[in-house]
Design a protein around this ligand. Structure first.
Ligand code: NAP
Length: 321
């Protein structure tokens, strides 16, 4: 961490700055810089992709060096923290490497995936970070949209909902849609009064076709009886429609391109001036909170939502088959 007069700039490296499929690494880098962090370096798989990654970051005015190992990166450019923006199946290795190196981590969702028992593996990793009092967050940005939702639908605020729906448009099909998407509704439900603390019951799927382009996932919170439906519709490219409804009050996310300005629109009403509630990119807010936590330098630890979220994701994916 470099100190200037009254300024502390955490130094953060990123694993995976390019978009090969859906990766958001370059956006993590630009939000880190916007939040006052330095991004001096990143990890890439090959020297060639490191060169390409350097060009990608240069487009955002970021001058960062690419390395093909974290050891080499740390020897040349010591950092305080790592953002893991590589595919889910690679997260466990990078999380363990970062923890051994004493780095705080912001890791893309799903926290870990691909091993024999992701929930157990994730819990072990969280324990390692907690034992070392290292900052650990999972990038689930949708709870940051709730303040805009309640600005649109104030009558839904401050009470435990009895019905929650979310529509998302991932790029894959079948099981991969579930693995890709379920962290989002679960993280929102964890942030709402009532939550999912007691686990779920009545899990069902509209189809179990492994190649399905549309799947509805339904379940209930075991405590309180909240009914949840997550509607997944495969969409190969941008824009990706998304919507949330709490107790029947619906908000559609709109994204203005190319500015990427976001707003929520009341899905049930005809659009009029004032029907849109604009909100800042929730990813920027997540990254800013991570940088702010790094700046405090106090005892940190892991986000307590990570393990229950991963357990639920693993339960739902296993039930799909
Ligand atoms: N929160 C959200 O809304 C959101 C949206 C989209 C994606 N995601 C998450 O973002 C993550 C990445 O998405 P993706 O799977 O589609 O990524 P991707 O675009 O296929 O790849 C992204 C980056 O990962 C790097 N990479 C791949 N394998 C690696 C390895 N073994 N070690 C280090 N770096 C590696 C690539 O490196 P090179 O540059 O060397 O090729 C590339 O820069 C996933 O966890 C996904 O769920 C989240």
């Amino acid at each position: 961490m470099r100190d200037g007069p009254g300024v502390t700039a955490p130094r953060v490296a990123v694993v995976g700055v390019r978009r090969v499929r859906q990766g958001l690494g370059e956006h993590f880098a630009r939000w880190l810089v916007a939040a006052g962090a330095e991004v001096p370096a990143f990890v890439a798989r090959t020297p060639e992709s490191a060169d390409e990654g350097r060009r990608v970051l240069a487009r955002h005015g970021i001058d960062a060096r690419g390395f093909t190992s974290l050891d080499a990166l740390l020897a040349a450019e010591p950092v305080d923290a790592l953002v893991i923006a590589s595919p889910a199946e690679t997260h466990a290795v990078w999380l363990r490497t970062a923890c051994a190196a004493g780095l705080g981590v912001l890791c893309e969702k799903p926290f870990v995936w691909g091993g024999a028992d992701p929930a157990r593996e994730g819990a072990a990793i969280v324990e390692e970070f907690s034992a070392r009092r290292l900052l650990l967050r999972e990038h689930c940005q949708w709870p940051r949209v709730l303040s805009a939702f309640f600005a649109l639908h104030p009558q839904a605020a401050g009470r435990a909902p009895s019905a929650f729906e979310m529509e998302l448009a991932p790029s894959g099909r079948g099981r991969s849609m579930i693995v890709d998407s379920l962290s989002h509704p679960v993280s929102v439900l964890q942030a709402l009064p009532g939550g999912l603390g007691g686990g779920i019951s009545g899990l069902s799927f509209s189809t179990r076709d492994p190649d399905a382009a549309a799947i509805d996932v339904s379940f209930r919170a075991r405590e309180g009886g909240l009914a949840v439906v997550v509607r997944l519709r495969s969409v190969p490219g941008q824009p990706r429609p998304a919507a949330m409804a709490i107790d029947g009050l619906r908000a559609d996310r709109e994204v203005e391109l190319p500015s990427y300005r976001m707003s929520l629109r009341d899905g049930a009403r005809t659009v009029r001036l004032g029907d849109h509630v604009p909100f800042g990119d929730p990813m920027g807010a997540e990254v800013a909170a991570f940088v702010a936590a790094l700046r405090t330098r106090g005892p940190a630890g892991a986000d307590p939502g990570i393990v229950p979220r991963l357990r639920l994701l693993a339960e739902i994916a296993a039930a799909f088959g």
